[in-house]
Design a protein around this ligand. Structure first.
Ligand code: ADP
Ligand code: MG
Ligand code: MG
Length: 255
């Protein structure tokens, strides 16, 4: 049983006079076995939240706390965060020239577990998971993200999550740029992980589309750097019908 707790998180980007507060007091708790959707308009700070939890150097934490099972995540290096069980699928994954998918995944697994997984079981596990994501086995020998299509990048992210078995997975815009078939395959991968039990999932999205495939337990509406409304899956349906206009208007009046 794990719990990620975000308390009154404030985050800025930029330096000096250009510093701009993006997150303005985020509160969120994600427990094992729970799937939370964070939904909000473009520019509301959703990716900033994901990057801040992951430890991206561009984002300055100016207040609040993030803990995983009581441990101070903000005091950890990026590697330590991964070892502690946090997984972040990047919205814009980077290319890693000259490193095959297969080697990349094994290196990541070794770093996280503290020892290299046994080669035979590892190769088998990778094969099984790739088949589950309807990926061609030749994919394992390609260089990471080099010439990957949008769908291949997303499948690769979910493949990483499947193999690394995090405590809490943060998936940022996993649905963007996917056709319906890829969306189904990727969603099924996430749902398999959920069905196996212990993971907490933070699913960040602008669109409600993916929530037809991945039913969240909780929905948080995110506007102008904070959570402005919360509910169950029915809230996603309401957002699909009505959009974010009412929330954005409220938030402008407060500002
Ligand atoms: P979302 O993911 O909800 O679309 P982002 O977190 O990407 O929102 O961005 C929130 C706001 O922060 C935007 O106004 C964006 O321009 C700004 N922002 C995000 N990252 C940076 C950065 N590295 N430098 C400057 N501004 C940034
Ligand atoms: Mg505050
Ligand atoms: Mg974003």
């Amino acid at each position: 049983m794990s719990v990620l707790e975000i308390r009154d998180l404030h985050v800025s980007v930029g330096e000096g006079d250009d510093a701009k507060e993006i997150l303005r007091g985020v509160d969120l708790t994600v427990r094992s076995g729970e799937t939370h959707a964070i939904m909000g308009p473009n520019g509301s700070g959703k990716s900033t939240l994901a990057y801040s939890i992951a430890g991206h150097p561009k984002y300055t934490i100016t207040g609040g706390t993030v803990t995983l099972d009581g441990e101070d995540v903000l005091a950890m290096t990026v590697d330590e965060r991964a070892r502690a069980g946090l997984f972040l699928a990047m919205q814009y994954p980077v290319e890693v020239p000259g490193v095959s998918v297969s080697n990349f995944l094994r290196t990541a697994a070794t770093a996280i577990k503290g020892e290299a997984p046994k080669l035979r079981t590892w190769v088998k596990d990778v094969k099984i998971e790739m088949a589950g994501l309807e990926m061609d086995s030749a994919f394992a020998e390609r260089n990471v993200n080099e010439g990957f299509s949008g769908g291949e990048k997303k499948r690769h992210e979910i493949l990483q999550m499947r193999l690394l078995k995090p405590k809490v997975a943060i998936l940022d815009e996993t649905d963007s740029g996917l056709d319906v078939d890829a969306l189904r395959v990727v969603s099924e991968g996430v749902n398999r992980t959920r069905a196996e039990g212990d993971v907490g999932v933070l699913l960040i999205t602008h669109y409600t589309r993916i929530l037809r495939y991945i039913q969240p337990d909780f929905v948080h509406v995110f506007v102008a750097g904070r959570v402005v409304d919360e509910g169950g899956p029915e809230l996603a349906a309401k957002l699909e019908d009505e959009g974010y206009a009412a929330y954005v208007k409220d938030s402008n009046e407060q500002a």
